[in-house]
Design a protein around this ligand. Structure first.
Ligand code: PGA
Length: 277
């Protein structure tokens, strides 16, 4: 297991290094990692507000980013963080999916973040799981266009699936892929099955931003916590770029950080780093 060895300014225990163009930041605890990313997001939102500009955030669902959202809510309540100038684009949604269903990512985002901050509902974008199949291609192009019209994503938050997916870009996804309807891998469906009351009730399909969509973001922050993510984190950071692990497409983007707890980082080998900090 990698032991945190350095201290940063806030006294969080972290180690960090760069491999394959990915800055790896390892915190002792997931809570400290989450607070660090939330602080970066808050700082970006405030900077944009001071400049009279909007801040465009790419957001993720799943268990991993929940603590980031909790900290943003705390900053809103206790430290005057306004999200009035924030525009959001979520990565993905199951298909088909009604927005009020228990497993919908619309519901997730409302409950975990949007209902608790002052973001304008007009500024929220989440792929629509109710689009009719004959309109999906057109809808996905509109989602891409909306991101471009907003000025592109300033900071994209990502989790990572055990398949190496980012968003729902499963193995086999192309580097230049854009928002589209995709088929979910069995591993991904198995991991989601508990939310749907069994594998047979778990959707086969989803709408996801593409790898190319994600790579157009100006900053990318991928969070991974827990021992069960350690093998895919190791392949994503230290493996060669390959469509069999879509997260490897993040190499050499230029502004990607993997923000990990020590369990998720436990299979990484910092001595192979390109650059140490
Ligand atoms: P998780 O999902 O945060 O629930 O582990 C991550 C993902 O599948 O991208």
């Amino acid at each position: 297991m990698i032991q945190p060895t350095e201290k940063n300014d806030d006294n969080d225990d972290i180690v960090q290094w760069v491999r394959n163009g990915i800055a790896v930041r390892v915190f002792g605890e997931a809570a400290d990692a989450s607070n660090s990313v939330a602080a970066e997001i808050a700082s970006l939102i405030r900077q944009r507000a001071d400049d009279g500009e909007q801040c465009i955030l790419g957001l993720a669902t799943g268990s991993t980013p929940v603590r980031v959202y909790r900290e943003l809510i705390r900053l809103h309540r206790e430290e005057n963080l306004s999200m009035k100038n924030v525009v959001t684009f979520n990565l993905d949604e199951y298909f088909p999916m009604k927005p009020n269903a228990a497993q919908s990512y619309v519901r997730f985002m409302n409950e975990q973040l949007f209902d608790h901050v002052d973001i304008s509902p007009d500024n929220i974008h989440i792929p629509d799981g109710t689009v009719t199949p004959d309109r999906v291609t057109e809808y996905c192009q509109q989602y891409e266009d909306a991101i471009d019209t907003a000025g592109g994503i300033d900071l994209q938050l990502l989790g990572i699936g055990r398949t190496g997916h980012v968003g729902f870009n499963e193995p086999g996804s192309e580097q230049a892929s854009t928002t589209r309807l995709v088929r979910l891998c069995e591993i991904t469906r198995t991991d989601a099955a508990k939310d749907f009351g069994g594998l047979e009730k778990t959707p086969q399909l989803a709408i996801t931003m593409g790898v190319g969509t994600i790579l157009r973001s100006r900053r990318i922050r991928l969070l991974a916590f827990g021992e069960h993510k350690s093998a895919i984190v190791e392949r994503s950071v230290q493996g060669a770029i390959s469509d069999s692990v879509p997260a490897t497409y993040l190499h050499d983007h230029g502004n990607v950080e993997f923000v990990l707890d020590s369990a998720a980082a436990s299979k990484l080998n910092p001595s192979t780093a390109d650059v140490s900090h």
